[in-house]
Design a protein. Structure first.
Length: 203
């Protein structure tokens, strides 16, 4: 009916059920690309905005904290606010940091970590990692060393395809997701491995 220079969407799918939302966002994306109309799309749903956008602006109280391609924001959030918004809910405060060339050498208490460098990574002392990216295993599966913590399972939750664990460690509690047939038991001691390429630094 109309051919505007700019389309504005303000959470257009918020009242739809989950399956219909997925179908509609695919249709909106198809129409936008077919017509080539610049579109500004507001959403609180990270999956929705990442799947439909060429560029994403994550805003906090009216201030843009990060503006980039969805894939860049998803892998390398610049701030703790952005990290929490896109699913990084495990954080480590480091007291020491050294430049190791292609990685940062970090220390928290008695524990040593390495984080791979990435373009635009801030000069920070706070690490962040997703629950899906922490590797949980038994003492036989994961040996002690750098980027490894020993912890005790506090809570186990069945998510369908995987189990989610809250694990208490000397550096605090961490949330970990793992696909497995036989879940860990509450009170069981396990080890957590924080892959250096998945551990990012945020402001």
């Amino acid at each position: 009916m109309i051919e505007p220079d700019l389309l504005l969407f303000d959470e257009p799918l918020s009242n739809l059920d989950a399956n219909l939302r997925v179908n509609m966002r695919v249709e909106i994306r198809r129409i936008q690309q077919e017509l080539g109309i610049t579109t500004v799309y507001v959403s609180h749903d990270q999956e929705e905005c990442f799947s439909i956008s060429d560029r994403v602006a994550v805003m906090n109280k009216g201030i843009i904290e990060q503006l980039d391609k969805p894939s860049v924001i998803f892998q390398y959030p610049k701030s703790e606010f952005v990290a929490r918004f896109i699913g990084f809910n495990n954080f480590i405060d480091f007291q020491q940091r050294e430049d190791g060339g292609s990685f940062y050498s970090l220390r928290s208490g008695d524990y040593q970590f390495h984080a791979a460098k990435a373009p635009g990574m801030p000069e920070s002392m706070k690490g962040a990692i997703r629950p899906d990216d922490i590797i949980a295993g038994t003492f036989q599966e994961i040996q002690p060393g750098d980027n490894v913590l020993t912890g005790t399972v506090k809570v186990s939750t069945y998510l369908g395809r995987s189990y989610q664990y809250v694990v208490v460690t000397p550096l605090g509690e961490f949330t970990v997701n793992k696909e497995m047939q036989q879940p860990y038991l509450s009170g069981q001691e396990i080890r957590l491995l924080f892959p250096s390429e998945k551990l990012v630094l945020v402001d």
